[in-house]
Design a protein around this ligand. Structure first.
Ligand SMILES: Cc1cc2nc3c(=O)[nH]c(=O)nc-3n(C[C@H](O)[C@H](O)[C@H](O)COP(=O)(O)OP(=O)(O)OC[C@H]3O[C@@H](n4cnc5c(N)ncnc54)[C@H](O)[C@@H]3O)c2cc1C
Ligand code: FES
Length: 272
């Protein structure tokens, strides 16, 4: 690991606009003072001096413009998601392994919560390669759906699931997923979302012989493989360098879907 690698220097980014997605989620449109080469699924460490630094997977990447779709879950995410036009943040990265989009065949993208936004760069890359895609987006209700308008604007082929039936399929995203793959075969699945949801998708893919790539969230502090805070037990894979995107079969049977480490390194149950 070379600490002088250019990816460890911060790039300054100015907020061009802050778009409200839902009551808990906002998208920051950022203008970078230096362009970054970010592959779909890779993440950035986003630092607001005085408020902390957190990992975020960009939801749009266009030369020196990057979008970050952020759910307000705690202190730093709340502060970042509340920034106004003209304010600055600092980005380091990109880090980790993104999606492998070289596999042949059709792709089914499954995004829960902010996952739909984080999958959008992969979707755009697949469109560029003329690959057939279907995008499944889910949320508790119509009011909780993230990035649906953006995906419609991008002409994505989408199906929506809401737990309360207020829009699209009445049921959970894994239920819609099972229905879709019973009707049509996809060679590839990409998923980002709540871990309990992703483990269901990954297990179903494993049973059906579908190649599935999962983007995993753990507590990322250094982002460069040093501190061990993002480790996946018991196999010792580090989300920040070995992931965040993993082939599902690599992590099924580990703590994926059941346990993670908290801020203090204690093993705790995955609840979402
Ligand atoms: C590779 C990666 C990509 C991510 N991409 C996105 C994204 O695109 N959009 C988005 O909204 N969120 C994303 N997250 C999750 C986001 O980083 C956390 O929600 C954020 O760090 C919470 O920080 P906080 O200070 O707001 O909350 P805290 O008060 O610190 O904690 C609130 C919750 O967030 C979890 N958390 C805290 N710190 C981290 C951390 N450093 N890494 C992971 N989880 C943490 C805690 O376990 C707790 O459950 C990503 C996480 C990873 C690892
Ligand atoms: S966050 Fe430090 S090793 Fe992964």
């Amino acid at each position: 690991m070379n600490m002088f690698d250019k990816n460890h220097y911060y790039v300054e980014a100015k907020v061009l606009s802050n778009i409200r997605e839902t009551s808990r989620v906002n998208t920051l449109v950022l203008k970078l003072n230096k362009s970054m080469k970010i592959e779909p699924g890779q993440f950035l460490m986003v630092w607001k001096p005085g408020d902390g630094e957190i990992p975020i997977t960009p939801s749009l990447i266009q030369e020196d413009t990057v979008c970050l779709t952020i759910e307000k879950v705690g202190h730093t995410s709340n502060r970042l998601a509340s920034l106004s036009a003209g304010e600055k943040v600092f980005l380091r990265g990109p880090y980790g392994k993104g999606f492998n989009l070289e596999y042949l065949g059709k792709y089914l993208l499954v995004g829960g919560g902010t996952g739909a936004a984080s999958l959008t760069p992969a979707y755009l890359k697949l469109v560029e390669k003329n690959v057939k895609t279907l995008f499944l987006v889910g949320g508790r209700s119509n009011d909780n759906l993230v990035y649906v308008n953006k995906l419609i604007e991008l002409n994505a082929n989408i199906k929506i699931a809401t737990d309360d039936g207020s829009r699209g399929f009445h049921g959970t995203l894994p239920e819609l997923f099972e229905k879709v793959i019973a009707e049509e075969f996809f060679e590839n699945v990409l998923t980002i979302g709540p871990e309990k949801m992703m483990v269901k998708i990954a297990e179903e893919c494993y049973k059906k012989g579908i190649r599935c790539q999962v983007s995993l969230v753990r507590i990322v502090k250094c982002g460069i493989g040093f501190c061990g805070s993002c480790v996946l037990d018991p196999v010792g894979l580090r989300v920040c360098v070995d992931g965040p995107v993993f082939n599902a079969e690599e992590i099924l049977g580990t703590d994926f879907g059941s346990y993670m480490r908290d801020d203090a390194g204690k093993r705790v149950e995955v609840t979402l």
